[in-house]
Design a protein around this ligand. Structure first.
Ligand code: HEM
Length: 319
C-alpha cells in the first residue's frame, strides 16, 4: 500500500513537472520530420532569390504573429470576412503568407499533420535573416497553432506614432526589455522598407529631429500630396543587408519612421544604441549576436505547446 502511495506521489510530481516544464525544444522535428527545417530553408531561399524584399517581409510576419495571441500562426488565418487578425490596421502591409503556404504544402506532402504553421513562421524568419546576411541562430520548435484570430485582438500592436514609453511598455507586456526593443526594431528595420504613408506625417509636421539634409531627401522621395504607397528603405544607404548602420542612422537623425527615431530620445534606449556603436571593434558582432538572442526570446512569446492548440492542415484555416 505504502509503495503504491509513493508511486502515486512520484507519478503526480513527474506528471506536474513534465507538464509545467514543457517548452520549445531544439530540433523538435528531428525524428518526426527530419527535413522540416531544410524544406522551409529552401522555400525561403528561393523566394528571397526571386525578390530580395521578401526577407524583410518574412521577418516582419513573425513579429506581427508573436505580438497577438503569441507565436501561434494566428495572423495566417483567413476566415473570409473582415474580422480576421490579419486585417487589423496595425497589420496593414504584412505579407509573406504565400511563402508560408508553399512551405506548408511541401511539408504536408512529406510529413502530414506534423509541422505547425507557427513553427514555419519562426523558421522562415530566421532563414530570412540569414538570407539578408544576418546571424544564423537555432530556432527552438514545438509551437502549436492557435484557433483564434480576431481583428479586435490586434488593436494594441506597437504603432509608429506611439511615444517611447508606450513602445517600451508594449514590449514589456510581452516579456521583452528595452534592449530587446532596440535590438528587434533596429535589427529588423536594417533590411526593410516603409511606405511613404508612415513618413509623410513626420515631414508635414516638420519633425525637427530629422537631420536637415536627410529631410530634403525624404521629402523628395515622399513629396507632399504624392503616392503614399511608394516604398523607401528604413535603413538609408544599407537596405537589404543586415548590419548596424541603422543604429548610426538613428543616432544621426536619419531614422525614417518615428518609432525608430524616438529610440534615441530616451535615456535608456539611447544608451543601448550607443553601447552597440562603441569604439569596441566587436560591437557589430555583438549587435548581430544579441539580435539573434532577442529573436529567440520574441519567438517564445505566449507559445502553445503540448496539447494546446492544433497542427493545422493548411495555414490559412483552422482544422
Ligand atoms: C517598435 C515597434 C515597431 C513599430 C512601431 C514598427 C513599425 C513598422 C512600420 C510602420 C513599418 C513599415 C510598414 C509598411 O510600410 O509596410 C515597419 C516595417 C518593418 N518592420 Fe517594424 N515596427 C516595429 C518593430 C518591429 C520588429 C520587432 C520587427 C521584427 C523583429 C519588425 C520588422 C519589420 C520589418 C522587417 C519591416 C520591413 C517590411 C518590408 O520591407 O516589407 N518591426 N515596421
Amino acid at each position: 500500500m505504502l509503495t503504491f502511495a509513493i508511486f502515486l506521489v512520484l507519478f503526480y510530481f513527474h506528471y506536474q513537472l513534465g507538464f509545467s516544464e514543457a517548452q520549445l525544444q531544439f530540433g523538435f522535428y528531428s525524428r518526426t520530420c527530419p527535413s522540416a527545417e531544410s524544406i522551409v530553408h529552401d522555400v525561403v531561399q528561393h523566394a528571397v532569390a526571386k525578390d530580395p524584399g521578401k526577407a524583410a517581409v518574412l521577418l516582419r510576419l513573425q513579429f506581427h504573429d508573436c505580438f497577438v495571441e503569441g507565436c501561434d500562426g494566428s495572423i495566417l488565418i483567413k476566415h473570409g470576412g473582415n474580422d480576421d487578425e490579419r486585417f487589423a490596421a496595425g497589420n496593414a502591409g504584412v505579407a509573406g503568407f504565400d511563402v508560408i503556404d508553399e512551405a506548408k504544402s511541401e511539408l504536408e506532402r512529406l510529413c502530414p499533420g506534423i509541422v505547425s504553421c507557427a513553427d514555419i513562421v519562426a523558421l522562415a524568419a530566421r532563414d530570412a535573416v540569414v538570407a539578408a546576411k544576418g546571424p544564423f541562430y537555432v530556432v527552438p520548435t514545438g509551437r502549436r497553432d492557435g484557433r483564434i484570430a480576431n481583428v479586435g485582438h490586434a488593436a494594441n500592436l506597437p504603432d509608429d506614432k506611439d511615444p517611447i514609453n508606450t513602445l517600451k511598455s508594449k514590449f514589456r507586456e510581452k516579456g521583452l526589455s528595452d534592449q530587446d526593443l532596440v535590438l528587434l526594431s533596429g535589427g529588423a528595420h536594417t533590411i526593410g522598407t516603409t511606405a511613404c504613408f508612415f513618413v509623410m506625417p513626420r515631414l508635414d509636421a516638420q519633425d525637427p529631429t530629422i537631420n536637415k539634409e536627410f529631410f530634403k531627401i525624404l521629402r523628395s522621395k515622399c513629396p507632399q500630396g504624392g503616392d503614399v504607397n511608394v516604398r523607401i528603405p528604413l535603413d538609408w544607404d544599407s537596405q537589404f543587408v543586415f548590419d548596424d548602420q541603422i543604429l548610426r542612422n538613428i543616432r544621426n537623425g536619419r531614422g525614417v519612421i518615428l518609432s525608430d527615431s524616438v529610440l534615441y530620445r530616451d535615456n535608456n534606449t539611447k544608451r543601448i544604441i550607443d553601447s552597440y556603436l562603441g569604439t569596441n571593434r566587436s560591437s557589430k558582432a555583438n549587435f548581430a549576436t544579441d539580435f539573434a538572442k532577442a529573436m529567440v526570446k520574441m519567438g517564445a512569446i505566449g507559445v502553445k505547446i503540448g496539447v494546446e492548440g492544433e497542427i493545422r492542415r493548411i495555414c490559412n484555416a483552422t482544422n
